[in-house]
Design a protein around this ligand. Structure first.
Ligand code: 9MG
Length: 290
């Protein structure tokens, strides 16, 4: 299978997507569902970034606000105080591409000035001023943007998610957001899409999205997925967050077989291996290309 964008230009650093690769998660938050509170000091965060780079992450996603179900929003200043020192420290030491996981325009701008070269927005640039910020950033630098689907907001999104046709609705949402971003001035070759597993979705919705993942891959944009340690694994296996590595690896493998080119994960080393195996299997066309 050939991806629409074999390489993303992240402020001059090329992220090759000819082979699927791994995005390591670095949450600078006290309350993220899996690693909350682990990397609050710059030294601990930097050590974790070093480890993930050494384990084969192609990009590190730095976040300062939890998006887990039920999470409470934080102020712009709080988010800046969490992420900026970490981004600066990683940039000073490691050649790796840094992603900023945020929906806030102020945080996007400041993070890019500090060295981030990729924007991961679970709100798909729908927050007030976010689209404009991403457009302005992209006038100066090439900073790819991942547009993720979410129904509702983190505080309430898992209360009663409802769709008539989850795959079709998520696809239409993403197509619409891509069109709006391109119309506003972000080049299409700087956009990625993500169906947003677990963001306003029941277990049945998540499984249906996984089943139809090749349809998203067929939208001719690089497809990012985040499945690592999520509650859908807990729902299937009846286990705690700390026990979800193997379930996450099974899902990551399936996602790559069905066309994902960037896998967001807490468990970099194991996921890199799984992605490599899935890539080799994919080249055998074990599944028909989308
Ligand atoms: C920040 N974040 C948490 N889960 C995510 C997912 O599934 N995709 C993306 N793009 N970001 C996520």
């Amino acid at each position: 299978m050939v991806t629409a964008t074999p390489a993303l230009n992240c402020r001059g650093k090329l992220l090759s997507l000819a082979q699927p690769c791994v995005m390591g998660i670095l949450n600078i938050t006290p309350d993220s569902f899996s690693d909350g509170g682990n990397f609050l000091s710059v030294a601990a965060a930097l050590q974790r970034a070093r480890a993930m780079a050494g384990e084969g992450a192609a990009i590190i996603d730095v976040g300062g606000e939890s998006t887990r179900p039920g999470a409470t929003p934080v102020s712009v200043q709080e988010e800046l105080d969490r992420v900026l020192p970490v981004i600066k420290a990683i940039r000073a030491e490691l050649p790796i591409i840094i992603s900023i996981d945020t929906s806030k325009p102020e945080v996007m701008r400041a993070a890019v000035e500090a060295g981030a070269a990729f924007i991961n927005d679970v709100y798909a640039l729908r927050a007030e001023g976010a689209l404009q910020a991403a457009v302005e950033i992209n006038r100066r630098y090439s900073v790819p943007v991942c547009l993720m689907h979410m129904q509702g907001m983190p505080r309430t999104m898992q209360q009663q998610p409802h769709y008539d046709n989850v795959a079709g609705e998520v696809r239409n949402f993403l197509a619409e957001r891509v069109q709006q971003c391109v119309a506003a001035g972000i080049p299409r070759e700087r956009l990625l899409i993500d169906p947003g597993f677990g963001f306003g979705k029941s277990l049945a919705h998540n499984l249906t999205l996984l089943k139809h993942l090749d349809m998203f891959a067929g939208m001719n944009l690089p497809l990012l997925v985040g499945l690592s340690r999520k509650s859908m694994i807990g729902a299937l296996l009846g286990n705690e967050v700390s026990e979800r590595l193997y379930g996450g690896i099974a899902l990551a493998t399936m996602a790559v077989l069905k066309g994902a080119v960037l896998v967001r994960t807490h468990d970099v080393r194991a996921t890199v291996d799984a992605v490599r195996i899935a890539t080799a299997l994919r080249q055998t066309e074990i599944f028909p290309p989308p």
